[in-house]
Design a protein around this ligand. Structure first.
Ligand code: FAD
Length: 402
């Protein structure tokens, strides 16, 4: 097999690794370039939705995810003043999916599980400290221009998949627009081992408030004993130093859930939040997936899941092209299917999730809470609602696009 006859993958985040394991399973050689020294442990995504569990089941990884993460059937919608508004039960999806629950598993653990599984396969290379700067292409293939520890080098392949995140150089090389907007506020994520379950919180909670909404969820953490993450919005007038100040964080947490002891803080991270979708996912032999193609606010836990769905969709088509004489038009189909649902579902739902949490008008808030109460008190209504937010509808919609 010629060195050039392979897929190049830019980026060793969860979507790069998911692309990699699927290619390995299909028997397609690849080289993955990661700019950092290994898998980043940044505390970001942790929610895995039912259709994603179905996809990973096809490559044998779901049982590992279930074992390593928290399996949770319920999530709470709350109000900071009124407490519990609606207790959603994914169990109503039992006839829609074999996995009617969410799994909470940190994204770096998902990537590491995939990396371990890749050791069963040959014919691939994973090159850390290799940053893809640019890409060019001709009729035979692509050339990635890569900064390596030994200087700039060129690597050839048949296709390149840009999984290099929101600031993707691969997307920039395709010269496409990344249309959308940035929210004014940034999101602070604080993690603490303090056990919020003793106050009646579920593993995942969305907590509305006209002044300071928050999201609270629990992951297993580094020692598997449980680590709670709290997400707060931050006014753009405050500096990072002010937001990260120990006393300010303590006051915010005490304001959210008062306790006699101070909170122990493990992480504090601040994120800019955008809503954007690339206007093209494919330019010849250059294709993008995951955050390189779409970014959104994290409320609802959908961004990474959407990227996983991209990776499964794309690699299935690359397999058709590679081994079964499939036409490269399949790559346009990938774009049509995944870009359409990114706009119709990912962007629409995540923007709506944020709007609902921060709603200021009291009557509108009450109306919305009553709607949620009505949904959770009727199994069929709840099923219909959860099919959308648990991402089942998005997958079905993508499949329906020819
Ligand atoms: C606070 C927060 C919470 C979130 N929670 C959830 C959640 O619960 N559920 C969910 O589905 N999503 C969630 N998300 C979104 C999720 O984190 C992203 O969608 C996900 O990380 C996208 O994965 P990716 O592999 O596409 O990109 P990334 O995770 O950004 O990975 C890109 C990788 O590419 C590397 N790279 C970058 N440039 C280059 C280059 N030029 N060459 C080579 N390598 C490069 C980077 O070092 C990185 O390793 C959350 C995001 C945030 C910020």
């Amino acid at each position: 097999m010629s060195e050039d006859n392979r897929v190049l993958i830019a980026g060793g985040g969860p979507i790069g690794y998911t692309t990699a394991i699927n290619l390995a399973k299909y028997g397609i050689p690849f080289t993955l370039f990661e700019a950092g020294s290994g898998i980043s442990e940044d505390p970001r995504a942790a929610t895995i939705h039912p259709p994603t569990l179905e996809m990973f089941e096809t490559i044998g990884l779901t049982p590992i995810f279930l074992k390593r993460g928290f399996v949770t059937q319920n999530y709470h919608y709350r109000d900071r003043r009124q407490g519990l508004i609606a207790d959603f039960n994914l169990g109503v999806l039992k006839n829609d999916t074999p996995f009617p629950y969410r799994v909470m598993l940190e994204q770096h653990k998902i990537s590491n599980i995939i990396l371990d599984n890749l050791s069963e396969f040959n014919n691939h290379k994973i090159l850390n400290n290799h940053s893809v700067q640019s890409v060019r292409q001709d009729d035979e293939g692509v050339v990635a221009i890569v900064n390596t520890p030994d200087g700039t080098r060129e690597f050839r392949g048949r296709y390149i998949v840009g999984c290099d995140g929101g600031r993707s150089n691969v997307r920039k090389a395709m010269n496409v627009d990344f249309e959308g907007f940035e929210f004014e506020e940034r999101f602070l994520v604080v993690s603490t081992p303090y056990d919020f379950a003793q106050h009646g919180y579920a593993i995942t909670n969305y907590i509305a408030d006209p002044e300071e909404w928050c999201a609270l969820f629990c992951v297993k953490g580094p020692d598997d004993n449980g680590l709670w993450r709290v997400v707060f919005p931050n006014d753009s007038t405050f500096s990072e130093e002010e937001i990260f100040d120990d006393e300010t964080i303590e006051k915010r947490l005490q304001g959210f859930q008062p306790r006699s002891e101070p909170y122990e803080i493990i992480h504090r991270n601040l994120y800019h939040v955008h809503q954007r979708v690339a206007n093209k996912y494919r330019e010849g032999r250059v294709i993008i997936a995951g955050d390189a193609a779409h970014i959104n606010n994290p409320l609802g836990g959908m961004g990474m899941n959407f990227g996983f769905h991209d990776a499964f969709n794309l690699t299935e088509k690359l397999n058709q092209i590679w081994f079964n004489n499939g036409s490269e038009d399949l790559l346009d189909l990938y774009e049509r299917q995944r870009k359409t649902v990114a706009s119709e579902y990912l962007q629409a739902q995540s923007i709506e999730n944020k709007k609902n949490l921060e709603r200021k008008n009291q009557n509108e808030r009450e109306e919305f809470f009553n709607e949620l109460r009505a949904i959770t008190s009727d199994d069929e209504k709840q099923r219909k609602y959860l099919r959308r937010v648990a991402m089942i509808e998005g997958i079905e919609r993508a499949k329906s696009i020819a």
